[in-house]
Design a protein around this ligand. Structure first.
Ligand SMILES: [Zn+2]
Length: 246
């Protein structure tokens, strides 16, 4: 188990490359996409926390796998998920839509629909002085989610939506894929100094067993080829190219 303390959000690395985020405030905690339950319960117990809510970005099992066990232990927990996916996220008890604003741990949290990876994927945006985005599998550092259910156009529009957020938004994605993504990007743009510098920085972090996420939108726009794509065609070329990259 690895931790990355940034503000009051802690990342627990689980499975091969998933990261579960725990957002803490005044002894309450909100969990984002619990793929598994044991390390989450352990952290809650060790720190004497109260589990208030579970935020689900989409239905994949490596995002909701731990939820039913957390509900068994915390029957009053709020499970917040897309109203369009009640079948595949059946334990949701607060169903939300694009643009809806909730109050979670005293903060305004806006729901942003980001389709493409799945047909109902949502993100959670905290628009404070230091904005925060829980983006699930739509954007990764150096990469973006595979298009499993949506279209290239949907994913491209989702990335455009992310790019329109404040540049100082700190982005929390659900997988530690950064190094592999950067190696792919460098294969396409071998002379790109921004990507080279980022890879060095990432390798250093990994050598200390640290997470390479969260990441700042502003910096990400310099090194992420998907965010740099100037039009849908360029984006589609990159996505198809990345799908074939092993
Ligand atoms: Zn997924």
């Amino acid at each position: 188990m690895e931790f990355n303390k940034a503000q009051n959000i802690i990342g627990i690395k689980v499975l091969s490359d998933n990261v579960i985020w725990l957002w803490e405030k005044d002894k309450s905690v909100v969990v984002i996409d619990p793929s598994v339950h044991e390390p989450v319960l352990k952290y809650i117990d060790e720190n004497n926390l109260y589990l208030k809510a579970i935020l689900q970005t989409h239905h994949h099992s490596d995002h909701i796998g731990g939820t039913k066990y957390l509900i068994e232990k915390w029957p009053n927990v709020k499970v917040i998920a897309s109203s369009k996916d009640k079948k595949r996220i059946p334990f949701q008890n607060i169903s939300v839509e694009d643009g809806e604003i909730l109050n979670i741990l005293g903060e305004e949290v806006k729901i942003i629909e980001v389709l493409g990876h799945t047909s109902t994927h949502i993100a959670f945006f905290l628009n404070g002085k230091n904005p925060i985005l829980f983006i699930g599998d739509t954007l990764f550092s150096g990469g973006c989610g595979r298009i499993f259910e949506g279209t290239y156009q949907q994913m491209y529009s989702s990335l455009e939506r992310i790019k329109s957020l404040p540049k100082n938004t700190l982005i929390y994605c659900a997988h530690e894929y950064t190094k592999a993504n950067l190696l792919w990007a460098l294969n396409l743009k071998p002379e790109d100094q921004n990507i080279k510098n980022k890879l060095l920085h990432v390798e250093k972090k990994l050598s200390f067993n640290e997470l390479t996420i969260p990441f700042l939108l502003d910096e990400e726009m310099k090194i992420n080829l998907f965010l740099r794509a100037k039009n849908l065609e360029e984006f589609a070329f990159l996505r198809a190219n990345k799908d074939l990259w092993v």
